[in-house]
Design a protein around this ligand. Structure first.
Ligand SMILES: Nc1ncnc2c1ncn2[C@@H]1O[C@H](COP(=O)(O)OP(=O)(O)OP(=O)(O)O)[C@@H](O)[C@H]1O
Length: 593
């Protein structure tokens, strides 16, 4: 109940804050419902006037009828346009808020949790409907106003008409029942819905065309998509059937009772115990009574739907708060470079049965160039995500300049990091922007962008483009050009080198699309630049699984199955004749003529 009140309060306050005028305009509809009650009343007055040959009654009834038709139309039009306006603005506000909240969650661990992803999917799908909140509340008000008015009119026509009103109660009660069914159906279709969308993206996105065609995956994809779509729709189809059954039952009850009561009224009129005006009013009110009970029913289910969506939004807020509470740190990162110390650091992915990293100890002085090597799945990227604060260690501590990472404001910490990553983004912007956004304050500083391009060995790529750094990237845009995988990677590397003196610079296999010799040259360039600028104190961490490229690093950390198994300089590790020496020799042999 508390969460229902919280959800309703959120919906109403957001609607009034975001669209006050439109929210007020929505009031026109309930007023219109009141005015529309004059219609059956004027018709019954007209017929009673005709029966009693009273011209005055007939003229009054006709004037009231015309006036109420015109007024109702105007009020409904004002109400409807306000409703659409309000729905769009409030829906857009919720969609923007959802994007803001998900983007500001400081870590990424929750993105491995399918339950989180299902809830987020449902919330995104229904955020537009939340815009209707105020309107739905007002509809409810209109319905209540309408019900009271229609009941009063019905009782004035004949008290037995109240039995017909009572027969509308099952229709109203069907609302919350159907809303509960709908909630369950939505939950059941969330996961297959996500799967169907993922398969659709796989089949339609241009970057997948090649593999989908070469491996002739289209048929397999289509049949999987068919199965997933069926599983996605099945709960909704079953829901529609159950709802149709329920509606039939409640309507049979309503019209059964109405037929009996109307039969009695006709008999009374024929035998002179009732008058024609009251019979007309009763006849007109039967459909009204059915209308208001149906309306009440749909309002109840709409309110339930909306509070459920608002509940999911509140769940997201709570989840974001909970995750933020796990990172209460608000300390600013140290202004000056300091040691980066890892003490017994371990990590287990949510739901995984094996640890990805365990007991890692490292102590790096400012200015150190560290290479992290290891085979696929050794834990290199996990280590980088822990150091950048994207994930929280399951065990152990990470200290930066004497302050625990857990105590730092993670957003401020990440501003002090530079980096390029294996799964970099292909920002389809103007080249200088695609590089410049690596350090937003310097985005438009052409000299800084040029320096980053040179440091990332991307200047030749850019100079060869039709408009140099002013070239639009992405062939989907007018005048845009596409780049090769390696060229995109060089742009990403240059972006990662934009921040002038970060505390840590991470290069997580940013060179995977480059050939081994180019990677080697690039890393030598980083290492030389890092040494030349050692006075900035930046700690450089280069991740690679190519052992041959890392000889120029100060120290090399060798990871194997999540453990740090060797640590030292290239010469030390070769001399030790261990895992590093063995794999170095194996890979080096591959490059000998
Ligand atoms: N999101 C995830 N959920 C569960 N397990 C994961 C996830 N990401 C990685 N892992 C597991 O964690 C381990 C370490 O993965 P990580 O990506 O850190 O390896 P890596 O050394 O960077 O590998 P590569 O060289 O292939 O990039 C692997 O066993 C991997 O299967």
């Amino acid at each position: 109940m508390r969460s229902l009140v919280r959800a309703l309060r959120l919906l109403v306050s957001t609607s009034i804050r975001v669209a006050p005028v439109a929210s007020l305009g929505c009031l026109a509809e309930p007023v219109g419902v009141l005015v529309a009650l004059l219609q059956p009343w004027s018709l019954s007055l007209f017929i009673a006037g005709a029966a009693a040959a009273n011209l005055q009654w007939m003229i009054t009834a006709a004037s009231v009828f015309v006036a109420q038709v015109a007024l109702t139309r105007v009020l409904f039009m004002i109400g409807m346009s306000s409703r659409i306006n309000q729905m769009e603005r409030v829906g857009a506000t919720f969609a923007a808020e959802i994007a803001r909240i998900t983007a500001t969650i400081p870590t990424v661990d929750h993105l491995d949790d399918p339950r989180y992803l299902d809830q987020l999917q449902l919330l995104r799908e229904r955020s537009g409907a939340v815009g209707l909140a105020i309107n739905t509340m007002l509809n409810q008000l209109s319905s209540v106003v309408g019900v009271v008015g229609v009941l009063a009119l019905a009782a004035s026509a004949d008290p037995r008409m109240l039995l017909v009103a009572l027969a509308g109660v099952p229709t109203v009660l069907a609302g919350p029942i159907a809303a509960r069914w709908r909630g369950r159906a939505e939950e059941a279709s969330a996961e297959p819905g996500r799967l169907a969308r993922a398969l659709l993206r796989l089949g339609l996105d241009p970057e997948h065309y090649g593999e989908v065609r070469v491996f002739r995956l289209a048929d397999g994809l289509r049949s999987r998509l068919r199965v997933a779509s069926r599983a996605w729709r099945r709960p909704m189809v079953a829901l529609a059937r159950r709802e149709a059954g329920l509606t039939t039952v409640v309507q049979v009850i309503f019209f059964g009772v109405a037929a009996i009561v109307l039969g009695l009224l006709v008999q009374d009129t024929l035998t002179g115990r009732g008058n024609l005006g009251d019979l007309t009013l009763a006849l007109l009110l039967v459909t009204r009574l059915q209308g208001v009970s149906g309306q009440l029913r749909s309002v109840i289910s709409e309110v339930a739907d909306m509070t459920r969506t608002a509940g999911r939004y509140l769940w997201l807020l709570d989840a974001a708060d909970e995750i933020a509470a796990e990172h209460p740190g608000r300390a600013e990162p140290p202004a000056d470079p300091g040691r980066l110390v890892l003490n017994g650091v371990g990590y287990r992915y949510p739901g995984a049965d094996r640890v990805a990293l365990t007991g890692v100890d490292l102590d790096l002085a400012p200015g150190t160039v560290l290479a992290v090597v290891g085979e696929n799945g050794a834990g290199k990227s996990t280590l980088v995500e822990l150091i950048t604060g994207l994930r929280t260690p399951s065990s152990g501590t990470i200290m930066v300049g004497g302050v625990a990472l857990a105590e730092l404001d993670l957003a401020a910490w990440r501003i002090r990091i530079g980096g390029a990553f294996q799964d970099h983004v292909r920002f389809e912007l103007i080249v200088s922007e695609a590089v410049g956004i690596g350090d937003l304050p310097q985005r438009d500083d052409h000299r800084a962008v040029r320096a980053a391009l040179v440091a990332g060995a991307a200047e030749q790529v850019v100079d060869a483009l039709p408009a140099g750094p002013a070239t639009q990237l992405g062939s989907a845009w007018p005048g845009g050009v596409d780049l090769s995988g390696g060229q995109w990677q060089r742009i990403a590397i240059a972006r990662g080198l934009m921040r002038p003196a970060p505390l840590i610079r991470v290069l997580d296999e940013p060179t995977a699309a480059l050939d081994a010799i180019t990677e080697h040259q690039l890393f030598d360039r980083y290492a030389a630049a890092a040494r030349a600028g050692r006075n900035t104190g930046t700690i450089t961490i280069l991740v690679t699984h190519r052992f041959s490229t890392v000889a120029s690093a100060d120290v090399i950390a060798v990871l194997d199955h999540g453990r740090l198994i060797e640590y030292g300089s290239h010469a030390d590790l070769l001399a030790a004749g261990g895992h590093y020496a063995h794999l170095y020799e194996l890979q080096a042999r591959g490059y000998r003529p």
